[in-house]
Design a protein. Structure first.
Ligand SMILES: Cc1ncc(COP(=O)(O)O)c(C=O)c1O
Length: 379
């Protein structure tokens, strides 16, 4: 089945009792049993819920994986993966990554004894240099947030397989429409479903997709035992969002590509970060690894004056200033004070993240309105 057909049909079947074409919101905490232990596969909604089951199957299908497991947020999904490890285990992670991922690693799991190395993965030599006999997992985010670096998933997964190490890819920025890490050798794909998968800025959710039965059983155990599960109404909203994922992504890519080109030609704009630009260092790799360049664009103004960057962000109207990304509406974010504030300034600087960087989540509005908005804000 092709992607668009899967986005609409995978995981969902007419409701067995009524034939309803849309999976109902099973807003129930428990399920009546005929006799102790005799039930229809559902006992308690933390463990299983039919609306969640449909969504998990749909997400697994979109990532070409066997098991889909949903969590209450993207970070809850990350938390579940990190709980697979034990004190002394070492993890190598991308240095330019979502601030909350850095925070959960450093502030929650490091005190429990996990050891993290944050490296620039655009050069595989940096990953190799951090390997030890205690390395258990490589955490990749690509395209990276917010600098949109492209990391070679196949090169990383080849290395992790050779060393017997798990590889996990945060595929939030690309979405499964543009990139399928499992097909490139990754063991687990992680998503902040909150973003492109939900697509409408109305839910917070996370998901993992993988093929390995044992790890899937452990992660489903953590899902139930730790209890960070999404509610059925949120699962319904994401099931609805998924049906237009392919169409939305096409428009996100089209708009972002034109916005990036426009910005790169603007006399007041300095560096533009968008993997679709031929000048982007990861452009060729992105063209090989992804089926499009995505809807995220970051940029800096010439001169790097903080107040000028703030003025642009305050002046935008069609782009709303706020955290998050991947919704149909355009958003503008200031990573240094918002999404990446939890990363210390020195670490941000090491990764190349300036306080003047502006990140755009380019929505699916009419392009002319987006450009007009940028034009009046930048001047
Ligand atoms: C790339 C990336 N990964 C993970 C997360 C965390 O997801 P959530 O906010 O759903 O917990 C985010 C959130 O912004 C993100 O951008």
């Amino acid at each position: 089945m092709k992607f668009g057909t899967k986005a609409i049909h995978a995981g969902v079947e007419p409701d067995p009792t009524t034939g309803a074409i849309m999976t109902p919101i099973y807003q129930t905490s428990t399920y009546v049993q005929e006799s102790p232990g005799k039930h229809k596969g559902y006992e308690y909604s933390r463990t299983h819920n039919p609306t969640r089951t449909a969504l998990q199957k749909a997400l697994a299908a979109l990532e070409n994986g066997k098991h889909g497991i949903c969590y209450a947020s993207g970070l809850a999904a990350t938390d579940a993966v990190l709980k697979l490890f034990r004190p002394g285990d070492e993890i190598i992670a991308t240095n330019d990554l979502y601030g909350g991922t850095y925070r959960i690693m450093k502030k929650i799991f490091e005190p429990f004894g996990l050891v993290f190395h944050f490296v620039d993965m655009s050069d595989l030599a940096n990953v190799k240099a951090s390997l030890t006999d205690k390395t258990r997992m490589i955490w990749v985010e690509t395209p990276t947030n917010p600098l949109l670096k492209i990391i070679d998933i196949e090169a990383i997964t080849a290395l992790s397989r050779e060393k017997g190490i798990m590889s996990v890819v945060d595929n939030t920025f690309a979405s499964p429409y543009l990139q399928n890490p499992l097909d490139l050798g990754a063991d687990i794909v992680m998503h902040s479903v909150t973003k492109y998968l939900g697509g409408h800025s109305d839910t917070v959710m996370g998901a993992l997709v993988l093929n390995d039965d044992d790890w899937a059983a452990q992660l489903a155990f953590i899902q139930n035992a730790s209890g960070a599960v999404p509610g059925p109404q949120d699962c319904f909203l994401v099931l609805r969002g998924l049906k237009t994922l392919h169409i939305r992504m096409q428009r996100h890519c089209e708009n972002a590509s034109k916005v990036a080109t426009w910005l790169s030609e603007h006399p007041k704009v300095g560096k533009v970060y968008y993997p679709g630009l031929a000048t982007h260092p990861g452009h060729k790799l992105a063209a090989r690894q992804m089926r499009g360049f995505g809807g995220m664009v970051s940029f800096e103004l010439k001169g790097d004056v903080y107040e000028e960057a703030v003025k642009v962000m305050e002046s935008l109207h069609v782009f709303s200033l706020g955290e998050s990304l991947g919704g149909v509406e355009s958003l503008c974010t200031h990573p240094a004070s918002m999404t990446h504030a939890s990363i210390p300034k020195e670490e941000r600087a090491k990764a190349g993240l300036k306080d003047t960087l502006i990140r755009l989540s380019v929505g699916i509005e009419d392009l002319e309105d987006l450009i007009d908005d940028l034009k009046q804000a930048i001047g």
